[in-house]
Design a protein around this ligand. Structure first.
Ligand code: PGA
Ligand code: ZN
Length: 422
């Protein structure tokens, strides 16, 4: 065993130019593993706390020096001397040190950066690729599936809080069919992305790209984005419904107000029932196979109604609803509120807890969607995590922009490596 010798953190910038935490973990044998954590823009209220220096004027109150200091002076020293392969023991220590329900003492950002750096050291120590080590840890919490490549949900058009355009829905996805290899899917996604860009330019609709690298156009309605998809896919060699499918992260929290969902496609707000009826027409017309955060984060009854009426043919994903929180996931399973869970390690704060949520999700027969955040770094940890836990899908934005393709390129590398070992 090579024990943890020293842990230190620093403040770095994420893809939005906002500070985040990067932690390095050095082993006795001199090897160093570094991990940095992402941050959300459309965060749910049930997520663990992200500690920021709100009272300081630095970075407009968004600095993370307190979180960095927590790693340097408390969390790091606490795990020094421990064996990095003891992920569960180390995470337990971090959780106990914090002692709060939502990691509000030391911050989920500082805690997760340590937890993830330790996972990387565990992989190095056990002479395994990171996805292989995560698979080992996943097996220990009772996840029985072998490693597998996830299907990417390419976020081609960004709206809501992520877009500079005028769309209400947050993420419009193009999804490769399940019979494609990851690398084939990536090639298709990249070609379709370029074609969508050309089409939007012809319409005079592109203003920029959004936070996740998808285009952020001004269009008349949200459904126009799907029309652009259909038109663009027709121009490629791929066929909608055979090679690729469509999906959506509505992020309904962001436009839910006083019991009403107000979107530009309708002249007046819709209540939950009307919004569900609206979705039904959308699914019929555009053959959507997967939808995330169709209702706001505490609208349990609407979630249940949608799942009971449409859950057979539709993947209904909870993100803000579940917040990678085991209690909320267990409640959602019991109440049949959805049939898939977004898994974002930074919503909960340690790798052990994240693995446990994956286990509960899989045991319920639900789909697992491992996800990045809108504020990302070039760390590709989630790619290895998705393969190691045999996730069904991964979200890492558009097939463009460095911090997004870091994950997709890592997945392509893993697939290539797995092929070599066959
Ligand atoms: P966020 O968005 O990272 O801004 O929360 C991603 C999502 O809603 O899935
Ligand atoms: Zn979401």
């Amino acid at each position: 065993m090579s024990a943890i010798k020293h842990v230190w953190a620093r403040e770095i910038l994420d893809s939005r130019g906002i500070p985040t935490v990067e932690t390095a973990c050095m082993l006795e044998d001199g090897q160093v593993c570094v991990s940095s954590v992402p941050a959300g823009t459309s965060t749910g209220t049930h997520e663990a706390l992200e500690l920021r220096d709100t009272e300081s004027a630095r970075h407009l109150g968004l600095g993370v020096l307190k979180a960095v200091n927590n790693v340097n002076s408390v969390l790091g020293p606490a795990v020094t001397g421990m064996d990095p392969v003891d992920q569960f023991g180390i995470d337990k220590k971090l959780i106990e040190l914090d002692g709060t329900e939502n990691k509000s003492k030391y911050g989920a950002n500082s805690i997760l950066s340590v937890s993830e750096a330790v996972t990387k050291c565990g992989a190095v120590s056990s002479a395994q690729p990171l996805y292989g080590w995560i698979y080992t840890l996943a097996s220990k919490v009772g996840i029985t599936q072998k490693v597998k490549m996830p299907i990417p949900l390419f976020n081609m058009i960004n709206g809501g809080k992520h877009g500079a355009g005028n769309l209400d829905f947050q993420e419009f996805w193009v999804v490769p069919a399940s019979n494609k290899s990851f690398i084939q899917g990536l090639e298709m996604g990249a070609e379709i992305y370029q074609t969508i860009g050309n089409n939007l330019a012809h319409r005079g609709a592109i203003h920029s790209v959004g936070q996740e690298g998808g285009y952020a156009p001004n269009l008349f309605t949200n459904t126009d984005a799907f029309e652009v998809f259909i038109e663009s896919i027709k121009e490629t060699k791929y066929s909608l419904g055979r090679d690729v499918f469509l999906g959506l992260d509505v992020a309904a929290n962001s436009f839910y107000k006083d019991g009403q969902y107000l979107i530009r496609d309708k002249s007046s707000g819709m209540d939950d029932f009307q919004f569900l009826e609206y979705y039904k027409s959308l699914f019929d017309q555009y053959k959507l196979g997967i939808i995330e955060d169709a209702f706001y984060e505490d609208g349990w009854d609407s979630w249940k109604k949608m799942t009971s009426e449409l859950g057979n043919g539709l993947v209904i994903v909870g993100d803000d609803l579940l917040a990678t929180n085991i209690k909320r996931v267990e409640k959602a399973i019991q109440e049949k509120a959805c049939n898939a869970a977004i898994i974002k390690p930074n919503q909960i704060g340690t790798i052990t807890e994240t693995l446990k949520v994956v286990k509960v999700t899989k045991d319920a027969g639900w789909k697992v969607v491992v996800s990045h955040r809108s504020g990302e770094t070039n760390d590709s940890f989630i790619s290895d995590f998705a393969v190691g836990v045999a996730a069904d899908y991964i979200k890492s934005g558009a097939p463009a922009r460095g911090e997004r393709v870091a994950k997709y390129n890592r997945l392509a590398a893993i697939e290539t490596e797995l092929m070599q070992m066959k």
